[in-house]
Design a protein around this ligand. Structure first.
Ligand code: S3P
Length: 172
């Protein structure tokens, strides 16, 4: 059985956090972000966790986070890190919505953002665009496989994206 949450997944830099914040403002719900939860729990930035403890440790934290959501979170819009789709209980956490766009569009969005340097720096797996593109290709199908709903965001404005989410999921 699914919980009453929206689980927003998708590749790094596609705009999950931005979408979650706009949704919460428009439709007055609570939002949480799995990367923020992990940073708070560990009291350090994601980049530091990767540097000091490695990716495997970070993935374990994502699973712990998913287990906590399953036991303790409801009626919430949850924005997830790009690799969170891999937790073993994802489908139980809520309705899984995938934000989808081409790699080139995502890269352009990130690299032309006002604070693009910071946005790229905080994402260790984006430090080499070639590797990031490879990761995108590896995950493309897997994202679609776990998603209940796919929303293409390429060249759409934020308002229409959140309207589309709200139309398709009325649980929160
Ligand atoms: C990751 C994406 C990041 C963050 C971490 C790993 C990934 O989140 O969780 O750097 O594996 O795709 P964003 O998708 O918010 O950038």
């Amino acid at each position: 059985m699914k919980k009453n949450n929206i689980i927003l997944i998708g590749f790094m830099g596609i705009g999950k956090g931005t979408t979650a914040r706009a949704y919460a403002e428009q439709y007055k719900c609570f939002i949480i972000d799995t990367d923020d939860l992990i940073e708070s729990k560990e009291n350090q930035k994601i980049k530091n966790i990767f540097d000091k403890k490695g990716e495997k440790y970070f993935r374990e934290l994502e699973q712990e986070c998913a287990d906590w959501i399953l036991s303790s979170v409801d009626n919430t819009f949850i924005s997830c890190g790009g690799g969170f789709y891999n937790v073993n209980n994802l489908k139980e956490l809520g309705v899984v919505i995938l934000l989808d766009a081409s790699y080139d569009w995502i890269y352009k969005r990130l690299s032309t953002a006002e604070n693009s340097k910071a946005k790229l720096k905080k994402r260790p797996l984006f430090s080499e665009p070639k590797k990031a593109k490879k990761l995108y290709k590896e995950r493309e199908k897997a994202y679609k496989k776990v998603a209940d709903i796919v929303i293409n965001v390429e060249d759409k404005d934020l308002k229409s994206v959140i309207r589309e989410i709200h139309k398709k999921v009325t649980i929160i």
